[in-house]
Ligand binder design. Structure first.
Ligand code: R5P
Length: 293
């Protein structure tokens, strides 16, 4: 009988690794990491991995800090004889700079995809930010599985929000927003967003008077600077709607964004793709299903 996969969790992904191991009945591998006094990374694999299939769990919410450690772990696993390496990265970083908007800019989505494709054999991720790239296969040269959290978001909304009105902040989100609304059995509206800079977002809100009795549920794939959700929440309440519930897949929430949004929202909930106090929608079942397929 061949031994099952080993799960190795990179720093910050321990809980997700253990949840997956429990669902799959898989063994947790021993991974030791620390920083040398000068900030360089120390990585040690403490399990016998020869011939074993490996699942590396690593949220890439802080990719610059995480990436080298991930490379060192992946390369060491291979040197020690591990067989296929699957990276489970529920949040996939560097997907938003998908074009050279100004001369000389690095198209980091493409470079990051190239770097990651050299290190692992397969990638499993959740709702990557696909905009100008329509599929991960356009930039990743390894098999890359895209999972969707929409059904989980819809289930959470249906179970927790009375008379919801699903609100998408921008026109690009319409397909996704309509899917969540459909699954949750709720109406939806899509707003118009203009982004002028990293932290400068304007949301145009039409007359939503017909929906005043409903609870707005803002959904977005990523909360990064948080400006999209903050400006939308402020705009909706300014127009007499109830304070919104915010539901996001990837809760990055830079700086004080979460605190500011908390002052405007009825409730904020996220999937655990990125570890954050707002986590309330676990992804372990979705991820485990993909690993068992
Ligand atoms: C944009 O296209 C995305 O769907 C999100 O709305 C965006 O990334 C959110 O960014 P921020 O939180 O910085 O407004």
């Amino acid at each position: 009988m061949t031994a099952g996969p080993f799960i190795f969790a990179m720093p910050g992904s321990g809980q997700q690794g253990r949840d997956l191991a429990a669902r799959l009945g898989a063994e947790m591998g021993i991974l030791e990491t620390r920083r040398f006094p000068d900030g360089e990374a120390y990585v040690r694999i403490g399990s016998l991995v020869a011939g074993r299939e490996i699942i590396l769990v690593c949220s890439l919410a802080k990719p610059d800090e995480q990436f080298l450690r991930l490379v060192f772990a992946a390369r060491t696993l291979r040197e020690l004889g591990a067989s296929r390496l699957t990276l489970v990265a529920p949040y996939l970083a560097y997907m938003r700079q998908d074009k050279r908007f100004h001369s000389g800019e690095a198209v980091t989505s493409t470079h990051f995809a190239d770097l990651l494709s050299r290190e692992v054999d397969r990638l499993i991720t959740v709702d990557p930010h696909l905009h100008r790239h329509k599929a991960l296969s356009e930039i990743y040269t390894i098999p890359a599985v895209t999972l969707h959290a929409a059904p989980l978001l819809a289930d959470w909304i249906a179970a927790n929000v009375e008379r919801p009105l699903i609100v998408g902040p921008d026109i690009e989100s319409e397909q996704w927003v309509s899917d969540v609304a459909d699954r949750a059995g709720a109406p939806y509206v899509v707003l118009r967003k203009e982004r002028r800079g990293d932290r400068d977002v304007e949301i145009a809100i039409p007359d939503l008077g017909a929906w005043v009795g409903r609870r707005p549920v803002l959904i977005d794939d990523i909360a990064s600077s948080g400006r999209t959700l903050i400006e939308t929440a402020r705009g909706l309440t300014g127009r007499g709607l109830r304070s919104p519930v915010c539901v996001v897949v990837h809760a990055l929430f830079a700086d004080d964004a979460f605190a500011e949004l908390s002052g405007l929202a009825e409730r904020i909930v996220s999937t655990d793709a990125v570890t954050h106090p707002s986590n309330g929608i676990p992804l372990a079942g979705l991820l485990a299903g993909a690993l068992q397929a």
